[in-house]
Structures are given as structure tokens and as C-alpha cells.
Design a protein around this ligand. Structure first.
Ligand SMILES: [Zn+2]
Length: 230
């Protein structure tokens, strides 16, 4: 059983050992190119409502915070750009159950539930991207109805590293949109977590992202690449 993924054709091959879970997909390639001025890190929706105990809490969602903080520290130490997306709904948003939507009320703009996790180390220079801010339109992708794609273009970003929540919704949609916007994408496999409304949604989302040309990489491999560039 093998799946091919070619973010840069001919440079890497994604292989799967029979019976192995997606996490054990191996990227056979030369070492990751060290992140530099044309790279950005996007942390997707690490907000209180998506963490255990939140209105739409994801089991073990808080496990993404530690690897993200490690990468954020190394990333900022090199002066590389960080973007933080957040679900930022008006009250009475169309995605809420009371309005006939699929989700309980969550991430209402300005509430504690919509705030970034206090465990996530943010910095004043990080660029915050609010999404799904319109009453009548939901948006899973951080590039949907936001200035992010234009900001990345203006900043000269060519490759986007993505971690956060949730693998099967906003990370998935963001990664696919970023590929459609001609960006190279690296999904941080240990810094994402899925809702898994249906068992296996996480693996399906990662497989879909890989098929769209996203590279799959654990945070440590990115840290190692950053270390080589130090
Ligand atoms: Zn939402």
C-alpha cells in the first residue's frame, strides 16, 4: 500500500508500511530545506473553546501546544513570520446549532472561549487572522474571506508550515487552500489534532492533504532543519 505525494515533483516520496497508522508514514527525501525568509508558520485556531473543557473541546487537542511552542520559539529566534488564525464568530452565527448549524456555540468574538489558549506562547509581532466573522457564512480555512493569502504574497512567503486545530476541519481546509494558492505546505504531524466525528477522519484528512502535495513532517524535523541553519 503506497501513496504518492509530490509537493515538489521528483524530490520526495511518501510511503506507507502495510498496516501502519498514518503517523508512521515515512518521508523519504533529502533533509528538509532549512526554513528561511520565504517561510511562515501558521498556527490554526488554538483557542480555548477547541481545547479540552471548551465549548467544542477536542480530546487531546492540548497536545499540540508543546510542539508548537517549541517551534514558535525557534521560529521567532530567527525572525521568521508567525500567523495565528482564530475562529471569530458573531453571536448567533450560522454555524451554531441554535441557528441550524452543525456545531454548538463556540468562539464568539471577544469571549474567553475565543481567546488563544493561555498555554500557547504568542508574541506581539505575530499576525492574527480572524475568520468566519460574518453572521451568514462559515469558514474553516484561514485563507477563506481573510487577508492571509494577500499578506503571505506581500511578505514573499512561498512555504507555509501549518499546525493547530483541527486536522479534519480547519487545518485540512487551510492546507488545501494554501496549495490552491500555489504555496508549498508542510503539515506538522505531531502538532495537529482531529475532532474525528467519524473514526478515521484524521487519517483521511492527512491523506487528502498529502495527495494535494502537502509535505508531512514532525516538528522535530523542522527544528532540526532550523538548527542546521543556525
Ligand atoms: Zn467555528
Amino acid at each position: 500500500m503506497a501513496a504518492g505525494a509530490h509537493g515538489a515533483p521528483g524530490k520526495r516520496t511518501l510511503v506507507r508500511k502495510p498496516g501502519a497508522r498514518f503517523e508512521s508514514f515515512a518521508i523519504e527525501s533529502k533533509p528538509m530545506e532549512a526554513p528561511g525568509p520565504t517561510d511562515a508558520l501558521l498556527v490554526v485556531d488554538v483557542q480555548n473553546d477547541f481545547l479540552p473543557g471548551g465549548a467544542l473541546g477536542i480530546a487531546r487537542g492540548d497536545a499540540v501546544v508543546a510542539p508548537l511552542n517549541r517551534l514558535l520559539a525557534a521560529w521567532r529566534a530567527r525572525g521568521l513570520p508567525v500567523y495565528l488564525s482564530r475562529d471569530w464568530h458573531p453571536s448567533g452565527h450560522c454555524s451554531f446549532a441554535a441557528q441550524g448549524g452543525p456545531w454548538p456555540e463556540h468562539c464568539v468574538a471577544g469571549t474567553t472561549g475565543a481567546a488563544f489558549s493561555p498555554l500557547l506562547v504568542t508574541a506581539p509581532q505575530d499576525v492574527v487572522i480572524s475568520k468566519a466573522t460574518r453572521l451568514d457564512k462559515d469558514a474553516y480555512s484561514a485563507l477563506d474571506g481573510t487577508p492571509l493569502a494577500e499578506e503571505l504574497r506581500r511578505a514573499g512567503v512561498r512555504r507555509l508550515f501549518i499546525g493547530g486545530l483541527a486536522t479534519d476541519y480547519c487545518v485540512r481546509a487551510t492546507g488545501l487552500d494554501a496549495r490552491a494558492a500555489q504555496l508549498d505546505v508542510v503539515v506538522l504531524t505531531d502538532a495537529v489534532c482531529a475532532v474525528n466525528v467519524h473514526p478515521g477522519d484524521d487519517e483521511r484528512a492527512l491523506a487528502e492533504l498529502a495527495a494535494a502535495g502537502c509535505q508531512m513532517a514532525p516538528t522535530d524535523s523542522v527544528l532540526a532543519a532550523l538548527g542546521r541553519s543556525a
